[in-house]
Design a protein around this ligand. Sequence first.
Ligand code: SAM
Length: 374
Amino acid sequence: MSSGAITLNKQGFVRFLSRIDRQTRLRSIRTGVTALRNLLAYPHEDGRGILSSCPDEEAVSLHKDVLLSELDQILEAKTIERANYYVKRLEKGIERVKTGKINDINLSRWKEYSEILTDSLWVMDKRDSSGAHLASYWGNFIPQIPHQMMMRYTKKGDWVLDAFAGGGTTLIECRRLGRNGIGIELLPKVAREARNLIEKEGNPHGVISDLRTGDSRSLNLWPILLDHSQEQVQLLIMHPPYHDIIKFSNNGRDLSNAPTTEDFLKEFGEVVENAGSFLEKDRYLVLVIGDKYSKGDWIPLGFHCMNEILKRGYTLKSIVVKNFEDTRGKRAQKELWRYRALVGGFYVFKHEYVMVFRKTGCSAARMGGKRRPL
Ligand SMILES: C[S@@+](CC[C@H](N)C(=O)[O-])C[C@H]1O[C@@H](n2cnc3c(N)ncnc32)[C@H](O)[C@@H]1O
């Protein structure tokens, strides 16, 4: 809930609304709603037990602006039937929590979730650098990406696997949102630093953050999950190297060292198979990737990777195009790139993709070489 939240005593609030609802004259409804609106807009001594000072089970936290606009809608109603309809709708929205299978979004109060994006174009000017989030790991994604994905595709307490954990952004965000996180990172030093960073983030929900060093193509995830009494994860996030755009190491198992695009795609496909076999059916795989240029030609790496996933029992749910922020290094070279683009007839990359897939096929989870059908 955002900073504009107001905490109400659920019973007191609903009682007051049903009293308004019983009024038979539009004027009386308006009088009651005006009194309520004044109390919420300018909280003062409250003899009706509507406001609550402690967020406990009896309390409900609502977005103040949304609530006030709903009250305004009642006040603007021209007929008693319309006003009653809005009052009842508000009452129901408070009393009844309506969530789907894959997230905790209360659809009865959907207007409260203004921070959740539903458009396919994301223009984000600033990275979230609060808490343990650092921009210092070369090639990390902005925390808003795993944040958005977890809000849409997981519930509290679910398990999230990041097959290319890097600086630990996903696992830090998991802690904030109350999701358990498992990460795999090839490079021991990177993994060690990420673990330290993740530990710096508070753990208010008491979730597990487990970052392992290994090759996502072949690391056996079965014993790792069993360590936590789990068999599957509910969200798989993949933010691989964009082939050789950034070299992460000299390690031959590092996807950024794949000799050709074909080799990169083959290795990427192996990660999809290995990590994806532990993703619960009907749950989501998120791929964050950009395209690249090679010898003046655009290589649609994102769409090639998309095809690798689609071949393996997934359907495409959405493609989000997200802007790139300029890194410090790139900013200095901006003019040079513009000149090169004008000379070479190409466009400078300013976007990457967040692709969302649903696992529809039933793949087999790998356990120590043997495969176990799920
Ligand atoms: C684009 S970065 C991921 C950054 C991450 N999302 C973050 O916010 O910090 C890709 C990461 O994949 C790692 N990597 C490359 N090949 C790998 C492999 N075969 N298995 C596991 N990790 C690998 C690289 O070392 C690098 O840290």
